[in-house]
Design a protein around this ligand. Structure first.
Ligand SMILES: [Zn+2]
Length: 108
């Protein structure tokens, strides 16, 4: 895992983006935020489990389906199963070690 600080490639409302094996964060301080970093590490794990490419296909497909349903980009983003899993478990710093394989399916 590599953590990169770059504020230019991130959209206004996002503090981080994950593209295995990289976590790109907007500000250096975020690297010390264990809950934030745990959220991003959950995405790393999800990506590996879906061979990266299928994660992104699924992620954007689900985003567009939910966007049509909710007509609200923030709500659509929040309802993506990968985000729901990450937000629900980001405070549990042992989650990644105990997490069952493909556990995002629980959040569909
Ligand atoms: Zn996320």
């Amino acid at each position: 895992m590599f953590v990169v600080v770059n504020k230019f490639i991130l959209a206004k409302h996002f503090d981080g983006v994950v593209l295995w094996p990289f976590i790109v964060v907007k500000r250096k301080e975020l690297k010390n935020n264990s809950v934030f970093m745990n959220h991003e590490r959950i995405h790393l794990k999800q990506q590996v489990e879906l061979l990266i490419i299928f994660f992104f296909i699924w992620y954007f497909f689900e985003y567009f389906i939910r966007l049509i349903k909710y007509r609200d980009s923030y709500k659509a983003y929040n309802k993506i199963c990968f985000e729901r899993e990450a937000y629900a478990n980001e405070k549990d710093l042992n989650y990644i070690s105990n997490r069952p394989f493909w556990n995002y399916r629980k959040y569909l």
